[in-house]
Design a protein around this ligand. Structure first.
Ligand SMILES: [Mg+2]
Length: 398
């Protein structure tokens, strides 16, 4: 069993570094403690919306990745993709992932196959890191920083209850927060919306950032541009640091207008699932902050391209790969490899983030996470912990 990134490189000689062959790819759906999403049709604990990927090789190295979708879809995608990845060179993540994308365009690009390729791509970068003895961030171009500030992402709730929750996470060491979804914008009650924001602002404390996420990609979002403009003014009055998913996810023209008029920065992009889908949003200037999800958008290969494209447009990239500890690990590695990405989203209280790796993420005294320096993604799955959330952990990890 090969679990430890750090243990791998000794088994691979320099002479064999040009090729390591993919022998098998497995997936593990995560069940039992799926965190709530604040969706109008709420996720149940037993629903599978997150899955892990394991890419096995003939060198004994296994790479791991993560996918934000139903495990049944990932399993089906692996079946479809098998003839394309089997026997491929595991040391060429970008070429292999692009081969998978280009040869499946007619089966629904940007959907399940793209999501699954994301997890495969992350795992291939993990393998390349393990084989070369280097952290993935260094392979992605270098390390601009050694730590990143995670913002604790919490669901909105009635003001008093939400404030208690924020204070609990502040006491745990977080120094940046995002509140979103839940009742916000959904009850036609501007006073409630403002009371939520005021309570959150008081609870995070004067030294912490606060972001607000309307979550307008939820089903049947009831508001439009006028609501978003008025809300942006309210958020500006409370010194909120960005306004996320304020409009339906396809309302490009309205996003452009909102960004032009809003006193607070406008964030979005988590539901766009191909690198090419970002082109109009970046060229038109729809966002101040773009948030692709590395576990849906094509993995680290495409996430890096989106992030650099955004950088050249003067748009800040912040990763949305919070769905598991492996998604966060991928986000941390890429954040370090970009000149101005000093934040990462971190969902508060998810077992799949906090309770599947041997050394869980730890905040330092200033509320930052260190970017792992070990080879590959730099995190190690704990077999016993994983076994709580997936039916066949030992087969997945074997
Ligand atoms: Mg969001």
């Amino acid at each position: 069993m090969n679990l430890s990134a750090g243990a791998q490189p000794k088994s691979v000689s320099r002479a064999s570094l040009s090729r390591i062959t993919i022998t098998e790819i497995r997936s593990a759906p995560l069940f039992g403690e799926s965190p709530q999403g604040g969706w109008s049709n709420e996720i149940q604990a037993g629903d599978s919306v997150h899955a892990l990927i394991a890419v096995k090789t003939d060198a004994g190295i296994t790479g791991y990745g993560s996918v934000f979708t139903d495990g049944r879809l990932v399993e089906a995608a692996l079946d479809v993709l098998k003839p394309l990845y089997e026997g491929e060179n595991a040391l060429e993540p970008e070429r292999v992932s692009e081969k998978l994308h280009q040869n499946t365009f007619w089966m629904g690009r940007g959907g399940t196959l793209t999501n699954a390729i994301s997890g495969i791509d992350i795992a291939l970068w993990d393998i390349l890191g393990q084989a070369t003895g280097m952290p993935v961030g260094q392979l992605l171009g270098g390390r601009y920083r050694e730590r990143v500030k995670p913002y604790c992402s919490l669901l909105m709730d009635e003001p008093a209850r939400m404030a208690d929750e924020i204070i609990r996470y502040r006491e745990a060491g977080f120094r940046a927060f995002k509140v979103g979804w839940g009742p916000f914008g959904r009850r036609n009650d501007r006073r409630l919306d403002e009371a939520i924001v005021r309570a959150a602002k008081d609870a995070v404390g004067g030294d912490a950032k606060l972001f607000v996420d309307a979550g307008a990609s939820d089903a049947f979002w009831p508001n439009g541009l006028k609501w978003a403009l008025r809300c942006a003014d309210m958020l500006g009055a409370h010194d909120v640091d960005w306004f996320e998913e304020a409009l339906k996810p396809d309302a490009l023209d309205d996003f452009v207008e909102l960004r032009r008029q809003s006193p607070v920065p406008i964030a979005g992009g988590e539901v766009l699932t191909r690198r090419q889908s970002f082109i109009p949003w970046l060229t038109r200037g729809a966002f101040d902050i773009v948030q692709p999800d590395v576990t849906k958008v094509g993995g680290l290969s495409d996430q890096r391209r989106i992030a650099w494209m955004a950088y050249d447009f003067g748009i800040k990239y912040v990763g949305h790969g919070w769905n598991t500890a492996l998604g966060i690990a991928a986000d941390l590695q890429l954040a370090g490899a970009l000149p101005d990405t000093d934040l990462v989203e971190y969902i508060g209280g998810s077992a799949y983030v906090d309770n599947i790796i041997i050394e869980p993420f730890r905040l330092d005294s200033e509320g930052y996470l260190a970017i792992p320096t070990r080879p590959g993604l730099g995190v190690v799955i704990d077999p016993d912990k994983l076994a709580r959330y997936t039916p066949d952990a030992s087969k997945f990890l074997a």
